[in-house]
Design a protein around this ligand. Structure first.
Ligand code: ADP
Ligand code: MG
Length: 707
């Protein structure tokens, strides 16, 4: 496995270097773990006459009849004395016995021109489309029809133009693979213990490797790919869970055995029933807090799912056991709103809460510091200000961080140090950033994850539409109608740091325009942005929250948390410049009270295809997790042909977090089951697993860092 590939027949130092450079393959072991990303199935060739533009991807076997090259202005270029940098498009007509279609290339034209010689036959794989009434395929994959060496299914490997130019074609790759397998299979070490193979019904590694490269048939391929995916996800989860086990064993936590009176007083006075999901999550948190180990839990819940209530009740458990709790919010506005809300919930309990932010005056601050030290303040709510060194608690038992993605790891560790008698507080991290469950299991693999997957009753659907500049006037009229019904509207501008000045300019111009369209005395418009003083911000925010202003123009400071149930319209300017999850967060600000709410995505004139897809997705669904899953699929494929999920912190070779969620869930549960019996993997039967986890790729990965 460790032998350099240069010793394989037909490789040598030069090609070895190229393989290393282009695909990162240095050893025979690397090579046999480079799997086909697709198979040519010779039994599923579609006749051109049967190709329909609404089909997903098809495979045709066709002969090139004519090739033409075009310049940017559309003029056809003569084939002689050709300068390739003048070519903007290659068009080839290809035909089989049933009909003819066009294939088009905008990139890699030179290479394709040399391959697509009229008279030669290829297998073209791609998505059919119609352009000007004619059937075509843009950038199909092109394979020689005779690459198959055995069976019906032939593997297609990731490749690059450089590799192909150096003669490492699909066919050469298959030959290499065959030689490599002949080398390694006879002495191959099985990586998974026997009992794992049996219990999970997995095929042996040697069989899996042979079949993944040279499948006998679909069934064998399915078994091989399942085994390899399972192994990959299982080992990753095993390494994450093992870290978690080690930590939970060594990290002592404050024991909080009671629920306490404060909890019950608050619970019994709630104006509504908790949802099933809220109850379940509170139970999970309570179990952590009385386990004797430190809690490190991530609470995920879509915007409006009711995380605040979970935070309050958790904090009251800490208070009920004689400890204090703090709740840290990412912005001043949000901390204030939390404080106002939470104080209401605390009224029946007699527990005292305080608000500490950057703008808290010296006198108040002194009082708060004293109250924290003598324990008279039970719950402290605030911004970053509450992790300053001058803030000392009598007995901090629980730290809750709202909207985690805005806090760094370092700040988290400062909270740890505020614990009681050297014991760190329990930590609950709350986030509304919907990330796919499978990703959460991997990113936060060493945290416990709770999910609120149920909305409180009474949330109204939000109608989302995406419109262009031409509808601006209509949008204003629409807002007027809503205001006439007594509703309020948000208008949000993007703020992207590279062009901060320009962004503020846009915001100001937008504000002026709105004030003109909605003049005093009939209308009042408030504005909030990051360059205002805290007082200005609070003044404007309060005006909107209290209903004195009809419209709030702002940057994304209102993105998280802010609750104005009377607002029924959310207008997002230059919506194409926001990320999907941010758009979803913003939309979550409406639909909290009014009969019907609307989210209007105003898009600019230049919107990329990908941005348009994002906007379309948002119009199509309101489910944050569904959006996150779709977004992951959208951003799935990487640059290199056949590689997946670039941009993720973990490189997976065969499994896909987007597609293999079920295998992942199973693999994680199974890994947990094994660690329950043998937390250190020191029993003899688990020796192969312990050996695998010693490999570099499982060492020192900090998945707990969040974007
Ligand atoms: P988020 O998860 O976005 O922080 P919040 O905690 O702000 O959500 O809750 C959103 C709204 O739903 C609040 O107005 C809150 O009072 C209300 N709410 C929370 N839980 C319930 C429930 N079980 N039933 C009805 N309304 C609820
Ligand atoms: Mg919230």
């Amino acid at each position: 496995m460790e032998t350099s590939i240069q010793y394989l027949p037909g490789v040598g130092p030069k090609r070895a270097e190229l393989l290393q450079k282009e695909l990162g393959i240095a050893t025979v072991g690397d090579l046999v773990h480079l799997y086909p990303f697709r198979y040519i199935d010779r039994s599923s060739i579609t006749r051109i006459a049967d190709v329909q533009p609404d089909l997903a991807q098809v495979q045709v076997r066709a002969t090139v009849t004519k090739v033409r090259l075009y310049a940017k202005n559309g003029a056809e270029l003569p084939a002689e004395k050709l300068k390739y940098n003048a070519v903007s498009r290659l068009s080839a007509m290809v035909a089989d016995a049933s009909g003819e279609m066009e294939v088009v290339f905008f990139k890699g034209v030179k290479w394709m021109h040399s391959r697509l010689v009229p008279g030669s036959t290829f297998i073209f794989f791609g998505k059919p489309a119609v352009f000007g009434h004619k059937l075509n395929m843009v950038h199909p994959e092109v394979d020689a029809p005779d690459t198959a060496t055995s069976g019906v299914l032939t593997g297609v490997y990731p490749s690059t133009e450089r590799l192909k130019n150096a003669g490492i074609t699909g066919r050469a790759m298959l030959k290499l693979m065959s030689a490599a397998l002949a080398d390694v299979l006879p002495t191959l070490q099985e990586t998974l213990p026997d009992y794992v193979l049996k219990e999970k019904g997995l095929v042996p590694l040697s069989y899996a490797l042979r079949q993944i490269h040279f499948p006998q048939d679909q069934r064998a391929l399915g078994k091989a790919s399942y085994r390899l995916k399972f192994e990959e996800l299982f080992l990753l989860q095993l390494s994450l869970l093992k870290q978690k086990y080690i930590r939970s064993k060594s990290a002592v936590g404050i024991n909080m055995p009671a629920v306490g009176e404060a909890f019950n007083a608050c619970y019994n006075a709630l104006p509504y029933q908790l949802t099933g999901a809220q109850k379940r999550v509170i139970r999970e948190i309570r179990d952590d807090m009385r386990s004797g180990h430190q809690m490190n839990r991530l609470l995920q819940g879509d915007v409006g799912s009711g995380k605040t209530m979970v935070a309050v009740l958790s904090a009251l458990i800490a208070v009920g056991n004689g400890f204090q709790a703090c709740i840290m919010a990412p912005t001043e506005v949000l901390a204030q709103q939390h404080f106002a809300n939470i104080s209401k919930y605390l009224r029946p309990t007699g527990v005292k809460a305080a608000l500490l932010t950057g703008t808290t005056g010296v006198k108040d601050r002194r009082e708060i510091h004293a109250g924290l030290r003598d324990g008279s303040i039970g719950i402290l709510i605030g911004t970053h200000a509450l992790i300053e060194d001058t803030v000392e608690f009598r007995a901090l038992g629980l730290a809750i961080i709202d909207e985690q993605h805005r806090f760094g790891v370092e700040q988290r560790s400062r909270l740890w140090n505020k614990g009681y008698q050297q014991v760190p507080p329990h930590v609950l991290v709350m986030t509304a950033t919907p990330i796919p469950r499978t990703l959460a299991m991997t990113y936060y693999g060493d945290l416990d994850v709770s999910v609120i997957d149920e909305m409180p009753p009474g949330r109204k659907p939000v109608t989302t539409l995406c419109v262009g500049e031409g509808k601006r006037h209509a949008m204003h009229n629409f807002i007027r109608d809503e205001i006439a019904k007594g509703r309020q509207a948000f208008i949000v501008y993007p703020l992207i740091f590279e062009s901060e000045k320009l962004d503020y300019k846009n915001l100001e111009l937008g504000y002026e325009e709105i004030v003109k369209a909605f003049p005093l005395p009939n209308y009042k418009v408030a504005i909030v942005h990051g360059q205002q003083t805290a007082q200005e911000k609070a003044f404007n925010m309060d005006a909107f929250v209290a209903g004195r202003a009809n419209i709030l123009v702002s940057t994304t400071v209102i993105e998280v948390g802010v609750d104005v149930p009377n607002a029924s319209v959310m207008v997002i300017e230059s919506a194409e410049r926001f990320g999907l999850s941010q758009l979803h967060q913003l939309r979550g600000r409406v639909g909290r009270g009014a009969e019907r709410s609307y989210c209007i995505l105003m898009k600019g004139t230049k919107v990329s295809k990908e941005s348009q897809k994002r906007l379309d997705l948002l119009c199509a669904t309101e489910n944050g997790f569904e959006l996150a899953e779709e977004d992951m699929k959208l951003r799935g494929p990487g640059d290199l042909e056949g590689t997946q999920q670039s941009g993720l912190p973990i490189s997976l070779n065969i499994a896909s977090l987007a597609k293999d969620g079920l295998i992942l869930t199973d693999a994680r549960a199974y890994a947990g089951h094994i660690l329950d019996a043998d937390p250190t993997l020191s029993s003899a039967v688990n020796a192969p697993l312990a050996a695998e986890l010693k490999k570099d790729k499982y060492q020192s990965k900090d998945y707990s860092q969040i974007s």
